[in-house]
Design a protein around this ligand. Structure first.
Ligand code: CA
Length: 228
């Protein structure tokens, strides 16, 4: 699954440069030229990460980051702040406003890519393209392939995303509504019982290799991926 990155930058040339770099790295780029446009995009669908310019024409990047951190729906979106100011105090202010990392303009494409990858790996591992393995399962998002003890497992797209989420968030219980938010996306109006249908399909696909037991039902709470 390609991660979606929201780019918030008022200078058209820099916005385009960011979009080119992000797209080349295999992410989906969404462009916003000010805070209002960014909030419009966010209200429709949550991005996996935001690259946020400090100086915007309407609301500053710092202020926008604070607002996003104050709202439970947007609190967990990773944010990388972009700024022309190299001042140490500004860096501290940016990080205190809730940014996860900080890039000073002009930036090198290599640094930009490395920071995006590092923040995604830390904050949104299910949006990363890295291969994950657990309990004898190996899942490669880049190749869209899963193997169980080396044998290929066929999964539908939803079961694939569900297993990817579980494998990057092991040993924790998730309710049906949390799974809907993380795997199906928020603002998606599907019944919670849909989750049970896909869990059943996932277990069926994992049954031949004996890995179905990794997906545990926690009575009254939800589901957990556990190797113990
Ligand atoms: Ca700017």
């Amino acid at each position: 699954m390609d991660a979606t990155i929201l780019l918030v930058e008022d200078e058209p040339a820099i916005l385009e440069l960011l979009a080119i770099n992000v797209t080349q790295s295999g992410y989906r780029a969404i462009r916003a030229h000010d805070a209002a446009a960014a909030l419009g995009h966010i209200s429709r669908a949550l991005p996996d990460l935001i690259l946020l310019d400090w100086m915007l024409p309407d609301v500053s990047g710092v202020e926008l980051a604070r607002r996003l951190r104050a709202d439970p729906r947007t609190r967990d979106i990773p944010i990388i702040m972009l700024t022309a100011r190299a001042d140490e105090r500004d860096k501290v202010l940016g990080l205190e406003s809730g940014a996860d990392d900080y890039i000073t303009k002009p930036f090198s494409p290599r640094e930009l890519k490395a920071r995006i990858r590092a923040v995604l790996r830390r904050r949104a591992p299910q949006a990363s393209d890295e291969t994950v393995s657990a309990g004898g399962l190996e899942l490669s998002p880049a190749m869209h392939r899963i193997s169980a003890n080396g044998a290929v497992v066929d999964l539908g797209p939803t079961e694939f995303r569900l297993l990817h989420f579980f494998m990057t968030h092991g040993e924790r219980v998730y309710s049906r509504s949390q799974l809907l938010n993380h795997v199906w996306g928020d603002h998606v109006f599907v019944e919670e019982r849909t989750v049970d249908v896909h869990i059943r399909r996932l277990r069926q696909a994992l049954e031949p290799s004996g890995h179905d037991g990794l997906i545990q039902t926690v009575r009254g709470s939800g589901y957990r991926f556990s190797c113990s």
